[in-house]
Write a protein that binds this ligand. Sequence first.
Ligand code: ZN
Length: 317
Amino acid sequence: MANAQVPAYEAARVSKCKMPGVVAYTFDDGPYIYNDQLLEILKKKNVVATFYLVGQMVNKTLQQQGSLKKMLEHGHQLASHTYTHSNLDLMTEAEMKSEISRTSDVMFANSGVRPRYMRAPEGRCADACTKVMKELGLVISYWNVDTNDWRHVGEKTPALAVQKSMEEINRVIVQGSNPATDSFILLQHEIHPFSVEHLADVVIDAILKKGYRFVSMEECIGEPAYLEGSVVPTTATTAPVTPTATSSTGIPATTTGAGAGTGTGTGAGAGAGTGTGGVTVPTTSAAKGDNGAGVKSAAGWSLSLTAAAAALGLALF
Ligand SMILES: [Zn+2]
């Protein structure tokens, strides 16, 4: 699906999937330093996820910049969580549009895709916001089950934090749902070490055991993941792709490692200095099996609050 021609959309406020038996696993607030570790966990479990990224996080470090292509290589979906992670309901229309366009530009510059799915910080997107997002052709993504992982970073041990973060999942999905009739959009965050290191595995096992299948938001909702002008993966390959060097402007140099040669996009041109020609997006890896690599701890438990604060400077949803 390269350069998908995207028709005018009805904006949607979505909080569950269109078909039963599936769970869209969504991670907010990245890209952050635990992203590599999370990708390995998801790969080991053969689970797809959707990442709602904060625009201002992308250019923080080369690692975070490189995470966008890695997530696409692993077959995951990228989505927008605005640029500054501020309350959209307190903004003017122009400010809201800037939040979306700046995020779209930085994601395009670093991955070749412009996301169609957005999630408002703290889920705050009232009528004025909804109208703007609809004009922009975006899918406003909510959720119907929440780990509330950010509430539990201060627990004494990771095990306790996992236990508390599983309470709603256990109540709503494990005990209170039926895969024959129900579907879920599940909210988690990639900026809390316990959530990546300890919680993700437990969540995945519980949901698979209940009989659900993990899907991307694109499959969950049935609308394309990316806006016109995006160059999205089309060809399966097992060739590893390493992040390319970046120019002085922070824009990736031409990709050479993906091997699929799909770099014929019609760049939308809104990105700073991206000029014409789409960025070649790395192809989706066909190798989803367990590579046997152990998952290493990225940070000590005691760093969780510091890390979260460092991520965005405030408590996050
Ligand atoms: Zn958030």
